[in-house]
Design a protein around this ligand. Structure first.
Ligand code: 13P
Length: 263
């Protein structure tokens, strides 16, 4: 984590969990528990049905609002889809694109991911672009090549001047929801590669300002070690974001790493 050049971000991804009626009590509990931090941005990426309630429950802007996907299309006859403009109208700040679950269950390709990210940037939101290798790819030594390909493919649709508003999340598929985390060194190696890819495409200034997150079984016990790595600027947290007590401890780990005083 390098707070001089880029934001630390702890984002919860609720996936398809918790009910709309649970949003308000969750938000109240989290607001009471979470440490005040000047250096860490906290975001909650909730189901579309929860966004308005979350916005009303937060009262101030200490927590940013996130969504978990967006349509490839702008508007019109796309039953069941949610457009970038609709999310912008709800003042959404971050939107996850290319999560491995969307790639697996909805068939999102690397090109789709780039187009979705571009549509979000156009409407003033930051995409959280997810990349990650399967266990088979890791075991065959293909991790770095695969990640390089995924990042470049997504970036190919993004205008150069908007690259610095992107967030990249490295989520090894084998670590998601399994309780197996990448070691800090494994995660750092890939996050360093991601930054090098951005550097080669968009230059050093842009590369050093893009926040790169790690996701995959991150919790309050392993967050400090992962966040201590120089190219890991935060976390995208699934299961451990569902309980405010656990999620706030992960937010606290950022303050520990950066040496910020906790209040
Ligand atoms: P878990 O933290 O539950 O492994 O999920 C990670 C993830 O997929 C976040 O997007």
């Amino acid at each position: 984590m390098n707070k001089k050049y880029r934001k630390a971000i702890i984002a919860g991804n609720w996936k398809m969990n918790l009910l709309p009626s649970q949003v308000k009590p969750y938000a109240e509990e989290l607001r009471n528990l979470m440490p005040k931090s000047k250096t860490c941005e906290v975001a909650l990426c909730v189901p579309f049905t929860h966004i308005s309630t979350l916005r009303r429950s937060l009262k101030d802007n200490r927590i940013a609002i996130g969504a978990q996907d967006v349509s490839l299309y702008e508007k019109g006859a796309y039953t069941g889809e949610i457009s970038a403009e609709m999310l912008a109208d709800l003042n959404v700040n971050y939107v996850i694109v290319g999560h491995s679950e969307c790639r697996q269950y909805h068939g999102d390709t690397d090109i789709d991911v780039g187009r979705k990210a571009a549509a979000l940037l156009e409407k003033g939101m930051s995409p959280i672009i997810c990349v990650g290798e399967s266990l088979d790819q890791r075991e065959r030594g293909l991790t770095v090549d695969h990640i390089r390909y995924q990042v470049l493919a997504a970036m190919s649709s993004i205008p150069e001047e908007k690259v610095r508003q992107c967030v990249i999340a490295y989520e090894p598929i084998w670590a998601i929801g399994t309780g197996k985390t990448a070691t800090p060194e494994e995660a750092q190696e890939v996050c360093e590669t991601i930054r090098a890819v951005i550097r080669s495409k968009s230059g050093a200034r842009t590369a050093r300002s893009v926040s790169i997150l790690y996701g995959g079984s991150m919790n309050s016990s392993n967050a400090f070690e992962l966040l201590s790595m120089p190219d890991i600027d935060g976390g995208l947290i699934g299961g451990a974001s569902l309980k405010p007590s656990e999620f706030s401890k992960i937010i606290g780990a950022v303050a520990e790493v950066t040496g910020e005083e906790q209040k």
